[in-house]
Design a protein around this ligand. Structure first.
Ligand SMILES: [Zn+2]
Length: 382
């Protein structure tokens, strides 16, 4: 028996073995029906250098499919801003945190097949861990996905379904597949085991900073898997008396696909139907027009006293090149938060938005969440 699911809207529960990928009553993505235990900082030194070291807080332990994920290093970008190098993961992105936990859950249920949909990094991560588990795997990707990511998915033995449409059309195709009996929908958006993997980003920061968190945690946001994971870690650390002060979360979107930034600015608690549409952006990892967990993401930002800011594609491309010039070759999406910090530092006085103020003068950590080799240097026509 592994922890089952609970609907955050109406409280309905479902055992994980039933393979329901969302709440049958209201369609909401699930939360995990699990309460995290208290991590003992004094015991951590003797634990393995992977995300599994926070055993008390995790819904699953003694993993059978680990690829050594997690416990990534931090480096200073300047005297105020640090980067956490999550591109140094088995499949070269932070998504391995979630995929390791998610496929560990799938492996204990032994479904006939796992399927997932992704703009790239989550798909490559799920494919790799499914290969490790010996599970039959199909990944749905939009036709715009970079060739190198598709090659990586195929190399892991997964079947690739290339969908002629945007990210939302791709998700709908995968969800039709997810409704077929015997299918485990390894969705980084819908399945909460994924978020209990990404929450280790927050636990690792807490350990790196000696039992506290920096004043501001900057995070790219599309489907919100990193924002929600970090928010979960913060709540658990506060609940167990391991954190005195909540850090502020400043999430970053690109100007062309910014439904969450707009909703936050307008004080909405969820996205109205048809609120945003897909558009071309070099930050493909966060180009999500209609994130299924929008209410949870907006609530997490609000609760932290944070904000959501937007940057132009040209700023993201410049940040990617600036990081490369400092020795850090990351993909465009991974440059979004550094782009936001640079924007904040040169912001004019008329930019009085909270997020810019926080990024301009507080202690900040940014995730470098995917490797440059995944998609190469982005170029923006101006
Ligand atoms: Zn429900």
């Amino acid at each position: 028996m592994i922890a089952g699911y609970r609907c955050p809207r109406d409280g309905r529960t479902s055992p994980a073995a039933d393979l329901n990928w969302h709440c049958p009553d209201c369609g909401s993505p699930w939360d995990l029906d699990h309460s995290a235990g208290r991590v003992d900082q004094d015991q951590l030194a003797s634990r393995p250098a992977s995300l599994w070291r926070y055993a008390e807080a995790l819904p699953l332990n003694d993993p059978s499919i680990s690829l050594g994920e997690g416990f990534t290093p931090m480096v200073a970008l300047d005297e105020r801003v640090s980067a956490k190098l999550d591109f140094l993961m088995p499949t070269l992105s932070f998504k391995d945190r979630g995929a390791a936990m998610l496929i560990e859950a799938a492996n204990r249920l032994r479904p006939e097949r796992v399927i997932a949909d992704s703009s790239g990094n989550a798909g490559t991560a799920v494919a790799a861990y499914a290969a490790r588990a010996g599970l039959s795997c199909t990944i749905y990707v939009p036709a715009t996905t970079s060739a190198k990511k598709i090659e990586q998915v195929r190399a892991h033995g997964a079947e690739v379904m290339i969908i002629d449409g945007d990210r939302e059309t791709t998700a709908r195709a995968a969800q039709w597949g997810a409704d077929q009996p015997g299918t485990f929908y390894a969705s980084h958006v819908y399945n909460p085991y994924f978020l209990h993997g990404t929450k280790t980003y927050g636990y690792e920061l807490w350990e790196s900073y000696g039992g506290r968190l920096p004043e501001v945690i900057a995070l790219p946001v599309g489907n919100g898997t990193l924002v929600l994971g970090v928010a979960l870690a913060i709540e658990e650390l506060v609940d167990h008396g391991l954190l005195d002060r909540r850090p502020r979360l400043v999430a970053v979107q690109t100007e062309v696909v910014a439904p969450l930034a707009r909703a936050h600015r307008e004080g909405l608690i969820e996205l109205p139907a048809g609120y945003a549409t897909s558009a071309e952006t070099i930050a493909e990892g966060i180009a999500i027009a209609d994130p299924a967990r929008a209410p949870q993401i907006l609530a997490a930002i609000e609760r932290s006293g944070g904000d959501i800011v937007t940057v132009a594609d040209a700023e993201v491309a410049a940040a990617q090149q600036d990081l490369a010039a400092r020795g850090l070759y990351v993909e465009a999406t991974a440059g979004a938060c550094w782009a936001a910090v640079r924007h904040a530092e040169r912001a004019e006085t008329d930019e009085d938005q909270l997020g810019w103020q926080l990024l301009a003068d507080q202690e900040v950590v940014v995730p470098l969440c995917g490797a440059g080799l995944k998609s190469g240097l982005a170029s923006v026509q101006t």
